[in-house]
Ligand binder design. Sequence first.
Ligand SMILES: Nc1ncnc2c1ncn2[C@@H]1O[C@H](COP(=O)(O)OP(=O)(O)OP(=O)(O)O)[C@@H](O)[C@H]1O
Ligand SMILES: [Mg+2]
Length: 346
Amino acid sequence: MDNLLDIRGLTTQFASPEGVVTAVDGVDLSVIRGRALALVGESGSGKSVTCASIVGLPPAGAKIVAGEVRFNGVDLMKERPAALSALRGRRIGMVLQNAMTALNPVLTVGAQLAETFRRHRGVRRRAELRRLSIEALEAVGISGAAERLGSYPFQLSGGMRQRVCIAIAVACEPELLLCDEPTTALDVTVQLQILQLLRNLQRQRAMTVIFVTHDLHVASRFCDDVAVMYAGRIVERGPIGRVFAEPAHPYTEGLLRATPSLETINGRLATLPGQVPAGPATPPGCRFAERCSEAHEQCRSAYPDWFGWDDAGARSAACWNVPRRVHLHASGTGPESARASRRTPA
Ligand SMILES: Nc1ncnc2c1ncn2[C@@H]1O[C@H](COP(=O)(O)OP(=O)(O)OP(=O)(O)O)[C@@H](O)[C@H]1O
Ligand SMILES: [Mg+2]
């Protein structure tokens, strides 16, 4: 597989009065070039801290303490801050949840776009800056782009503001776009329009995307692959259609069961009892064990290995019960279960 991003052992910690909290706990994750990967999991599982750590911007109070983030083969964790900063906005774009705070409230849309082109592409001529800014707004479906250049963020609707953020994020044609809950602040119809826009841009420009969401419907609509995160770790990953149709990890299955009317769950709806563990304690075993109806002694004493299966190891999950569960799910498609083997994720 041609991976744009290869993350190994990424670990980010917060210092708190109760002790050190490991919000991202040795994350292993690869993102295939040109595809959209959904990063899903309950609130507090570490999705946002992972995203921020990838670009070397952990939240205030947090520190990246270990790991590799290989972007086109180069470890970003070893880059100088100036080099990383130059990469952000040019080769890695970011779209965050709240467009109002992402934009500068005292600068016009035109000024903010022009700044992007000045900083990352070195464009100086005013006429050229204006032309590129209009093009950028048109690319995200903003009509009357020339007039919009003079608008301030507060003069735009929520959906329009998020379009402007996307225009800025993709202005320099980044290879990787990180989207952290980009549509959760919007109403359902606008959310769909923005998702469609992101998907179109991703396909037209063959961009690689990491799309953080806790909404599994949104994930399955927008993404090719999925990585399921629980308590700071990735627990399952693979092509989204196959993972959602036959979840291998009990946590993925629980999330799907707790999601209303996703076709794959045949209308069964349940709640996922318990909560994502938070705080300094890190027990030795699987962190989902205390909520898992299938947990046994080994689950509580040792963190599970990765098990990979499917044609080219496209699917993998970290759960001691995977060999048995995959066999159950895959009954009738024999070879899939036969290839289950221990390996790190693709
Ligand atoms: N400022 C902070 N101080 C201490 N711990 C923090 C802080 N921010 C986050 N954390 C810890 O990091 C964990 C992961 O937080 P993160 O924001 O990445 O979760 P998330 O998966 O993005 O959740 P959500 O879906 O709500 O956005 C939290 O459970 C918490 O333990
Ligand atoms: Mg978050």
